[in-house]
Design a protein around this ligand. Structure first.
Ligand code: CA
Length: 245
């Protein structure tokens, strides 16, 4: 029996927050090519902004020009390799950009076939039937300690090391992303976000906000405004993509 095709609608918002002088997050969307990206840059001066913008540009360029027949995982791996190389080589050429890098969380979709990928602590969540599930696992020191049973979730949230990430794009000549393959169902809502959202809001707060019947733009705006009300300590970026019949 043939399964009905799904298509995707999307919206995004990115906000400097209340405490940071600039916004080092970046996002990219191509609904036509089924590509959704969020990057959270790091590095001195303007380097973080350069790293996240370069990552989004390179990933979009690679993924929107990929051969139709190219398997998604392979296309994603190639794009990540190229983006990593672009950031790393620029940082090697320019003293002011030395050490810059960025997180990356991405979603590639072809009909119901969904590939989520990440490097660092920007996250992908799936809201399905009113329940929020975290798809990706953070590459962060505290998250690894929690997974090893050395730290509780509550201790992780309060730890002084909570911003230490264990993998980043562009800081080294090689990078290993995680990839997660899923089958989308009509009504599924995917959220990609930087840690400026997840540091301020618990998963259950995000779940309640996403449970409200609003257009995607309105949901993005309410996530950003809730994170700012909770302190807005960091840049806040979210991309929403919904599978629809
Ligand atoms: Ca951040």
């Amino acid at each position: 029996m043939a399964t009905a095709l799904v298509h995707y609608t999307a919206a995004a918002a990115s906000d400097r927050g209340l405490r940071r002088a600039s916004n080092e997050d970046a996002f990219g969307i191509s609904v036509e090519h089924g590509v959704f990206l969020v990057c959270d840059g790091m590095g001195g001066a303007a380097a973080g902004e350069i790293a996240s913008a370069l990552a989004v540009d390179e990933m979009l360029r690679m993924l929107t020009s990929r051969a139709e027949a190219a398997p998604m995982v392979q296309a994603a791996q190639e794009a990540i390799l190229i983006a990593n190389e672009a950031i790393f080589s620029l940082s090697q050429r320019d003293q002011n950009l030395r050490g810059m890098g960025t997180t990356l969380v991405g979603l590639l979709v072809e009909e119901r076939h969904v590939l989520a990928l990440n490097v660092g602590d920007s996250r992908c969540y799936l809201m399905r039937n009113g329940k929020l599930l975290q798809v990706t696992e953070d590459h962060s020191f505290v998250d690894e300690q929690v997974r090893l049973g050395h730290m509780t979730r509550e201790q992780a949230l309060r730890s002084n090391f909570r911003s230490v990430i264990t993998r980043a794009l562009g800081t080294q000549s090689q990078v290993q992303p995680d990839m997660f393959q899923l089958e989308a169902e009509p009504g599924d809502l995917f959220l990609l976000c930087s840690d400026g959202l997840t540091r301020e809001l618990t998963d259950s707060a995000i779940e309640s906000l996403l449970g409200v019947d609003l257009p995607l733009e309105g949901l993005c705006a309410s996530l950003v405004s809730a994170a700012n009300q909770a302190g807005g300590h960091d840049n806040i970026t979210c991309v929403l993509a919904r599978a629809e019949l």
